[in-house]
Each structure stands twice: as C-alpha cells, then as structure tokens.
Design a protein around this ligand. Structure first.
Ligand SMILES: [Mg+2]
Length: 322
C-alpha cells in the first residue's frame, strides 16, 4: 500500500496531470478525443500554452492547499483571497462563470460569505477543486461535510454544487484510507451519506450509482442525470455538477486499480474533460499514490517541482494535524 506521502503527492500532481491531459480536448465529443495510448504517450498540443499546462481546476486547488499549508488550517477569508487573486492577476486559465462571478464579487466587496454565485448556477467549479481536501480530513471525517461545504460555497451557493464539492472530498478521503476496503456499493453509500443533509436528491443519485454503473447504458444515464431536458441527444459530460460528480465516481468504480485507465476513460467521455481529468487524477492518485501516474507525465507537467514541494508541505500539515 502506498505511504501517505505518496498519496498526497499523487492527489496534488494527479490533479494537475489529469487536468493537463484533458485541457486540449475540453468541449469535444468523446469520439473525437485521442485513444488511451495516445493520451498517455505525451501531452497533446493545447493552443497558446506550453506542453503540460493545467487549467483553473488545478489553479483553484493549489490556491486552497497553499492557504491550508500556510495557516495550518481552514480560513475562508484567506482561501477566498487566494482564489480572487488569480482573477486580479489575470492568471486564471479557462475559468467557469460561477467562479468568475465569485472572484470578481470578492475583489469588490472583500466579503467571502456572499461572493458565491447564486442558487441556480449548479456548475462543477466546487467539485473540481475539493478532491485533495479529502486528505486533510483523514483523521477527522466528521468535520469534512461542514468545512468542505463552506469552502464550496465561496464560489457556488447552489446546494447541488455544494454537495458535489463535499462528495468528491469524501471520495478522496475514503480512497486514501488504508482501512477502507474498496467496493462500489459501500463507496457510493458512504459518499451519499456524507452529503445527504445538503442535497438529498443528488445524494440519492450517488447512492444509486453503484447499480447504474453495472448497466449497459451507464454513461448515458450519468450524462443526462438531473436534467429533464438534456442539452444534447448524445451523451457528453457537461460542466453541470451532477453528471460531473457521477462520471468521476463511475470512472473510479470501473478502474479502481489503474490511474491511467481511470483518467483516460474519463477524458474519452467527452465534454468538460479537463475537469474530469483533474478530479479523477486526484482521486485515483489519493488511492494509488504517485507511483501509479506515468513518470514522464509527472515530470513534464507545468510547475512540476513547485507542485511537488507544495504536496510535501501539505503532507507535513496533514501529519501535524493528526
Ligand atoms: Mg479547467
């Protein structure tokens, strides 16, 4: 079993690597995305950016982890400040509407409690940045729901987005736990229970996922989940939080022991695939450790050394907090 340090590095760098693998293909249909082997061979060209460039998903994850490392705890004002700084510096790559709204609001008001985009905007901008947070709660699972919900609300007030942020953090916590014997039904039930009080309907969909994952049209059911009038008639994973979270958990359920299979399966679903790559790269890294991530992709992701240093500091903070 990988050491905690490897799992923390696997989660932080797995997020960046998966994000960078998916970024060139954001918005495309699955059938126009390269094969598994081609995705793993090297980073594909991402117009205007250096090879191995990750996007907002990793940038907001890093901003949050940097805050925890510096303050050795959760401080919502500091996290909000670091997130907003990305917009202030025009540094954010490929941001979503809700996060932009939140950051721009905070830059004017400096009030973290009201910056989140209003109910109705149920994007995946919460779940895209909460996987690595699961490791922070390894020894304090009871604190996860409330604190990750607060961090999620910085950008999204919609309860579906808040529940999605909590669900992905809980998934990472479970996957990193040596005591947790991975099995789809108990995995989905535990995640569902963790976000039940925030959004029961979404929590029920997560609970049902272990069954849906077995059906022949699982991807279709996941892609259209929570939508009475889907935007497309072919399955694709939109930036809506419900299918994003279900697709992320689905890829982990299908490929629990292969980082490469989990991440490339996700990217080949099509749609918001930088976000899927980031989430599943982090989840799978939290379970399998950095050894499971192809070495050349780890070495060649942008800011590889800085991310590794941040992961080491985050590991120390997690170990100190126990
Ligand atoms: Mg992105």
């Amino acid at each position: 079993m990988p050491e905690l340090r490897s799992k923390v590095t696997g989660a932080v760098l797995g997020c960046a690597v998966g994000d960078a693998m998916g970024a060139p293909f954001e918005g495309l249909w699955g059938d126009s995305i390269p094969t598994r082997d081609s995705l793993l061979d090297d980073y594909h060209l991402y117009d205007g950016y250096p090879s191995g460039q990750f996007t907002d998903d990793t940038q907001l994850t890093v901003a949050t982890v940097e805050s925890i490392v510096r303050l050795q705890g959760i401080d919502l004002y500091d996290i909000a400040t670091r997130i907003a700084q990305l917009w202030h510096n025009h540094a954010v790559i490929g941001p979503g509407g809700a996060c932009t709204h939140a950051a721009e609001t905070f830059l004017i008001t400096a009030d973290w409690s009201t910056m989140g985009a209003p109910i109705g905007q149920a994007g995946n901008g919460t779940a895209m940045r909460t996987a690595v947070l699961g490791l922070w709660y390894r020894d304090r699972p009871e604190a996860l729901a409330e604190e990750v919900a607060d961090i999620s609300r910085l950008t999204h007030q919609d309860p579906r987005s808040v529940a999605g942020g909590v669900a992905i953090a809980e998934a990472a916590r479970l996957l990193s736990d040596d005591q947790f014997v991975f099995e789809p039904t108990s995995f989905c039930e535990a995640i569902s229970a963790r976000c039940w009080e925030i959004e029961k309907g979404f929590a029920q969909q997560i609970r049902d996922l272990s069954l849906i994952a077995e059906s022949h049209d699982a991807v279709q059911q996941i892609a259209f989940a929570g939508q009475s009038n889907p935007e497309f008639d072919r399955p694709i994973i939109t930036p809506y939080v419900v299918p994003t979270v279900l697709a992320s958990l689905y890829c982990v359920i299908k490929h629990p022991d292969s980082w490469s299979d989990a991440v490339t399966t996700a990217i080949r679903l099509g749609g918001d695939v930088d976000t899927l790559g980031a989430i599943i790269g982090a989840l799978s890294g939290a379970r399998l450790g950095e050894e499971a991530i192809p070495k050349h992709l780890l070495a060649n992701v942008q800011r590889s050394k800085a991310l590794r240093l941040l992961a080491a500091k985050y590991h120390a903070a997690i170990a100190n907090s126990a």
